[in-house]
Design a protein around this ligand. Structure first.
Ligand code: ADP
Length: 418
């Protein structure tokens, strides 16, 4: 393994893994820190933790555990991935984790760059913008867990750290990677080990990526990874076999628990040409719909790649939530989808496409998946995946509003012959 990443949440890890795979690295996303060694052909490993909003001591301990495992896999460079809106509190966890990783790696310096231009997150003079608004006026100031009330990332981070925090401003970034390297070295000499670096475009991120080729630790959003694969490629270290997944012909199924606008259109499109079973939350809660029934129905329709869905319109969702309670409904559906995936896997399922972020999380947990190999992108932000369940399982995990209207069909075709 060349590059080892530690991500503070699951979807952030997926996003980073997708970026690295697109950059041409053979990438695997690990669910938690593994105990076994990584496959020999893995060039970039992304360990997905859930440390964004837990106590800072626990976050530091888990991050150091992940680092120790990545070091044991022979990684040359390490990346700490957090949210591009810098989700944290005055206590942490970004600062304490970054400093602990610097110490453990005996590294003199690391950049701090939560920039993701594709989603409008840019940084100028150390101030983070979400599209045309400062972070603290973007809605993030009302976040239930980590209200972001200060857009000055240098000042916000300094509240979390032991050491001083530096700033590398945009005019330097625009002068190119040599200027960035020199300025970072200067910051390091001044004893500022964490340096907030401005960036506005993908090109800026590539410039920074090139400048930090020999940094042991990099920190940022998934955008900071854009320039890193090229550094390994320039050294002749990449196999060029990234994204090669095993074909998984055979029984296929779509599970959709997402109720977002794109998902509703995708479900309607797929149901027009495939058997589709609607699962009503009320039936689940009353016990008149069970996993066993759904499994039997899917088995009857295996040949036609059936879909089981709870996807509903907003007014239906609101109504059922009013009667039974939001959490109770969500729990019932997520447990059902997870159980269904597990039972179908036991019966020989080889391809599974899941609609919904939370729904995907429930399915990954229920299947007990510990790693996901990242393949080609099906649609922007949604790669084909392969898991090992004693045999290869082709997977696509699509959250909310991703994907074109024919996503489900397209995903199943791509997984059949990646
Ligand atoms: P998305 O990625 O679109 O946000 P998620 O799977 O993350 O999708 O979230 C959808 C949530 O809505 C899940 O918690 C799911 O259990 C719940 N849900 C799914 N179908 C229904 C329904 N018919 N009524 C109420 N809640 C639902």
């Amino acid at each position: 393994m060349l590059l080892g990443a530690i991500a503070d949440d699951f979807t952030g890890a997926s996003d980073l893994a997708n970026t690295l795979a697109k950059g041409g690295m053979a990438t695997i996303q690990f669910v938690g820190t593994p105990t076994d060694a990584a496959p020999a052909d893995c060039e970039a490993g992304v360990v997905a933790l859930k440390t964004r909003s837990i106590g800072k001591d626990d976050a530091v301990r888990q991050s150091l555990e992940a680092l120790a495992w990545l070091k044991a896999q022979g990684c040359r460079q390490f990346l700490f991935k957090y949210c591009s809106t810098f989700d944290s509190t005055p206590e942490g966890n970004i600062g304490p984790v970054a400093e602990a990783l610097l110490d453990a790696l005996d590294a003199p310096i690391a950049v701090v760059c939560p920039v993701f231009p594709a989603t409008g997150r840019t940084l100028y003079m150390g101030h983070l913008f979400v599209k045309d608004r400062l972070l603290s006026e973007s809605g993030m100031e009302n976040h239930p867990l980590n209200p972001m009330t200060d857009p000055d990332i240098r000042r916000w981070l300094r509240r979390q750290t032991k050491g001083d925090v530096g700033l590398l401003a945009y005019d330097v970034v625009r002068r190119g990677s040599e200027a960035v390297s020199a300025a970072l070295a200067e910051e390091g000499r001044s004893g500022r080990r964490l340096v907030v670096v401005d960036a506005v475009t993908d090109e800026d991120l590539r410039t920074i990526g090139k400048a930090i080729a020999d940094h042991r630790l990099v920190t940022g959003g998934s955008g900071i990874a854009l320039g890193l694969p090229d550094n390994f490629r320039a050294q002749g270290l990449l196999s060029g076999r990234a994204a090669a997944l095993p074909p998984t012909p055979g029984p296929a199924c779509v599970l959709s628990g997402s109720c977002s606008t794109a998902s509703r259109a995708q479900v309607a499109d797929y149901a027009a040409n495939h058997p589709a079973l609607l699962v009503e939350p009320a039936d689940l809660l009353a016990g008149s719909m069970t996993t066993e029934r759904a499994v039997a129905w899917v088995e009857e329709h295996w040949a036609d790649a059936p879909m089981v869905y709870s996807t509903a319109d907003p007014h239906q969702v609101a109504e059922v939530q009013k009667v039974f309670g939001r959490e109770r409904v969500a729990d019932a559906i997520e447990r059902f989808m997870g159980d269904l995936a597990r039972q179908l896997a036991a019966k020989g399922l080889t391809r599974l496409v899941v609609g919904g972020g939370e729904t995907s999380g429930a399915v990954v947990t229920a299947l007990g998946l510990s790693s996901l190999r990242i393949g080609r992108e099906i649609d922007p932000g949604v790669p084909a995946l392969a898991a090992d369940i004693g045999r290869p399982l082709g997977l696509a995990l699509k959250s909310g509003n991703f994907g074109t209207v024919d996503f489900y069909d397209k995903a199943l075709r791509m997984l059949e012959q990646p």
